[in-house]
Design a protein. Structure first.
Length: 122
């Protein structure tokens, strides 16, 4: 079964930020689903800041993040780039042979996105 992603798009009413809050497992294969969403978010305004929030994702692999960053750098036409909020738990980016058997402390957390204007965006 293919890992699923869930994306919540939060648009700042003043048009300064668009935040994509991702939950689920971000893999090399399914990271491609985020490309059109990022393009649409950037198309809202030429100087809008796009924030990719992966802090609530359950399984984030380093190659998936690298591919996602590479793709957004290739599209780089806006004044402001794309900011990434990555999980702080290093187990989440572990791609070693036993990475699937270990559990992360953040997997048990509530998967609702943080309120808009949380301290992590300041």
């Amino acid at each position: 079964m293919t890992p699923k992603l869930s994306v919540l798009v939060q648009v700042d009413l003043h048009g300064q930020h668009v935040r994509l809050s991702i939950t689920g497992a971000l893999t090399e294969t399914n990271q491609r689903a985020l490309h059109p969403l990022i393009r649409r978010a950037r198309a809202l305004a030429p100087d809008i800041a796009v924030i990719i929030d992966l802090t609530r994702a359950q399984g984030v692999t380093a190659p998936a993040v690298d591919l996602l960053r590479w793709e957004t750098e290739q599209q780089e036409s806006a004044k402001q780039g794309v900011r990434y909020l990555l999980p702080a738990d290093p187990v989440l980016v572990d791609t070693g042979p036993d990475a699937r058997t270990r559990k992360s402390k953040t997997q048990a957390r509530d998967h609702r996105p943080r309120p808009w204007g949380s301290p992590s965006l300041a």
